[in-house]
Design a protein around this ligand. Structure first.
Ligand code: BDR
Ligand code: CA
Length: 321
């Protein structure tokens, strides 16, 4: 069993990833942490509570950061043109007054769960890294107590998706990402290098809806349509399943090819939020990648067909509501 805390900004592809984690038989979902990004923190938290209710997820939701790690950093508007004004594809997400978040802020929830399960917790972070950076600031010792941090974010040997240099989750809080990726805990980064190859077609998504025959899969299908329309012209047909790729890594790392080396995040300037790895074994002159930095893994290739099949099989296997 993998004990997982899901740190997320739902978010359409976040929603699919959450359903995958919830349905996977080897995942024990300990908690859902929210962060601002695809929408404001109030909206991503409301969405997490809504999905928890609709999908009957036991794990608590803890509300996280609503601003960057450095409080006065220039912040960016939520990408309503990708995820909708409501963050879930403009399906008209209702308020959920019957649901409430955990009293703890997400970074403290993270610390307490990691300390309660030493060496066992995998954090899957598919939004900005702000909650993780806040947790490290409050309790630096957790670096030695975590099993693994799996991140969806970054663009290493390819362009970003917000600027030519930067991917959205990193661009939204570069200082937080640099802290998280240079901390001495094991990090695996699943970036655009592999997620952009992982496109679920409209008909594959319809197959999931029909195979599952459940209201859960119907909701996933409905909330994904606006996001699919956004991706028209960017990919052949369908939706890029960024966040689900990070979840699949947890249960099937053999479907990914990785490269090791220290990672730094550019903070400021025209390449704000760019992620750069110094591959282990490569010689360079003295640089900011030297010193006591840990070697972290980035994904450089993926068996996209197998990943998509696994997502399909896990989500559609559950038939009851
Ligand atoms: C990432 O940014 C968000 O829009 C998605 O949910 C994903 O986590 C892709 O760059
Ligand atoms: Ca996300």
């Amino acid at each position: 069993m993998h004990k997982v805390i899901f740190d997320t900004d739902p978010g359409v592809d976040d929603a699919m990833a959450l359903l995958f984690l919830h349905h996977h038989p080897e995942i024990d979902l300990l908690g859902i942490n929210t962060v601002f990004g695809n929408a404001t923190i109030e909206t991503t938290t409301r969405n997490a509570l809504f999905l928890k209710r609709e999908w009957k997820i036991d794990a608590p939701v803890a509300q996280g950061a609503g601003e960057t790690f450095l409080p006065h950093r220039v912040s960016h508007e939520p990408p309503a043109w990708i995820h909708g004004d409501d963050g879930l594809g403009n399906i008209g997400v209702p308020d959920v007054p019957d649901m409430s978040a955990d009293p703890r802020p997400a970074h403290r929830f993270l610390i307490e769960m990691i300390r309660a399960n030493p060496g066992e917790v995998t954090v899957v972070a598919v939004g900005r890294m702000t909650n993780l950076a806040n947790a490290l600031k409050e309790d630096p010792e957790i670096v030695g107590l975590v099993k693994e941090i799996v991140i969806m974010g970054g663009a290493f040997d390819c362009n970003g998706n917000v600027t030519p240099a930067a991917e959205a989750n990193i661009h939204g809080d570069p200082e937080a990402a640099d802290i998280v990726m240079t901390a001495k805990w094991p990090v695996v980064v699943v970036g655009l290098d592999v997620t952009m190859k992982t496109v679920m077609t409209r008909s594959q998504l319809a197959d999931i809806r029909d195979a599952a025959g459940s209201s859960r899969a119907r909701l996933l299908f409905d909330l994904s349509q606006f996001y699919i329309d956004f991706y028209e012209g960017l990919v052949d047909d369908g939706m890029v399943v960024h966040d689900s790729c990070a979840c699949v890594y947890v249960v099937a790392p053999e479907l990914f090819k990785t490269r090791s080396g220290p990672i730094r995040v550019v903070c400021g300037g025209i390449a704000d939020g760019q992620t750069i790895q110094k591959p282990d074994g490569r010689g360079f002159g003295p640089s900011e990648w030297d010193g006591d930095l840990p070697s972290q893994k980035i994904c450089v290739d993926i068996d996209a067909d197998a990943v998509l099949k696994l997502i399909h099989d896990v989500i559609s296997a559950v038939k009851e509501d």
